[in-house]
Design a protein around this ligand. Structure first.
Ligand SMILES: Cc1cc2nc3c(=O)[nH]c(=O)nc-3n(C[C@H](O)[C@H](O)[C@H](O)COP(=O)(O)O)c2cc1C
Length: 123
């Protein structure tokens, strides 16, 4: 598993690095064909998907096994909406919406999902 994060101010980067897998900023990903990717991204205006994430998904969506989205609940119904859009538009499972760089339980939830995902793959 390889974690790719789209981060402007560092929150998704911190979350991504806490997952314990090799990780890289979305702009530096160089297409390692053999690996499944877990994406950690963020929101821009009114819960839109950042352009950097869109162009990454246009190229690599088939390798992305799941997505987690950092947002802020101050945005009300648009909290983490980019994650809903990614799920709807690209068919990638939305695993979690979290605030900022996430709480310990947020990191644990995604770690656990990834472990179970890898176990399912081995069956
Ligand atoms: C211009 C702007 C718009 C945002 N819009 C939303 C939004 O609609 N919904 C949401 O949940 N978070 C929104 N956010 C919050 C970011 O998703 C959040 O701060 C995220 O942690 C940023 O990740 P980063 O530090 O890795 O860049 C917005 C942030 C900015 C700067």
């Amino acid at each position: 598993m390889f974690v790719v994060f789209d981060s402007l101010t560092g929150q998704t980067k911190r979350f991504a690095q806490n997952l314990g897998y090799p990780s890289v900023h979305i702009k530096l990903y160089e297409g390692k064909p053999e690996r499944d990717i877990f994406l950690v991204t963020r929101n821009i205006n009114f819960g839109s998907i950042p352009e950097t994430t869109k162009s990454f998904l246009d190229q690599y969506k088939d390798r992305v096994v799941g997505v987690a989205v950092s947002g802020n609940k101050n945005w009300g119904e648009n909290f983490g909406r980019a994650g809903d859009l990614i799920e709807a538009q690209y068919g990638i499972p939305l695993v979690l919406k979290f605030e900022g760089s996430g709480f310990k339980q947020d990191v644990a939830f995604v770690k656990n999902w990834l472990i179970e995902k890898e176990e399912r793959k081995e069956d």
